[in-house]
Design a protein around this ligand. Sequence first.
Ligand code: S3P
Length: 167
Amino acid sequence: MSDQNVVLVGFMGTGKTSVARKLAERLNREFLELDAIIEKKEGISIKEIFEKNGEPYFRKAEKDVIKEVSEKKGTVISAGGGAVIDEENLNRLKKNSIIVCLEASPDVILKRTKNNTRRPLLNVSDPKKTIEELLKQRDPYYKKSDHIINTDNLTIDQVIDQILTLL
Ligand code: S3P
């Protein structure tokens, strides 16, 4: 197995963080969650960053964290759903990492995210419509990943098993 990082990308609610945390445990590697790093640096939650400073400020903070973590090796990274929509971020991450995109259908994403209010982009009156629109916009960027796994009918362990075959 190479010392490349494994970076999980993909839409909100596709299971990136749960999969990355457990995968890191199984591989005995460092686990990094970009949103958690941003929250720690800023001292407030992602939701509060969006409310107080706006999305552009968050994207700048996200870019700065990606600059730092992309120099690492041998870690498992969970990236926020918008991280690789920025080409510079994707290229930086690609340097030392294998990029795995987790996918899910809009209905599954809605089911997995609907009871959680910590995602500012989905705290809207019609989250299903937002999910469909954002997915359509973002799909071409997610497709630039090295591998894509559809998680609709998979458990966390099954997703991990599939990732392990790619390493
Ligand atoms: C975002 C996804 C979130 C978080 C922020 C913006 C996005 O991360 O970075 O709310 O643009 O898709 P998760 O994908 O981990 O929920």
